[in-house]
Design a protein around this ligand. Sequence first.
Ligand SMILES: [Zn+2]
Length: 139
Amino acid sequence: MALHELSMASGILETVLEVASKNNAKKVLEVVVEVGELTLLNPDQLSMAFNVLSEGTIVEGAKLKVKVIKARARCNACNEEWDVGLGDLPTVVDHFTFLTCLTSDSKKFLKSVCPKCGGTDFDFVTGKELVVKSIKIEK
Ligand SMILES: [Zn+2]
């Protein structure tokens, strides 16, 4: 199992356990998460990691639903927004390097340019999220 998915799944589990205990849950039945495309998380591996980690907790057996959020960029020069295709992403970097570039100077690593003005100064509007959207519990 990939380390990346494992550490992300453990973060999700922590959040879920916290919310569940605040709501006096006896059992967690379902968890919905939104995952940005740029996180490069594999939804199947994420679910698998989540299932393994939740064993022995009240989350054991819960269904993890993963919604993948498309990556969009916005040009800082002209405010144009566009979809960043995964084809614009670098192909030969490992997860760790890639995540580091995302949080620092991601633009260097993307082949994408603004379709309107050709600018390379842009930010991501969506695509980097990893959010626990909702959980279903039994009290
Ligand atoms: Zn532009």
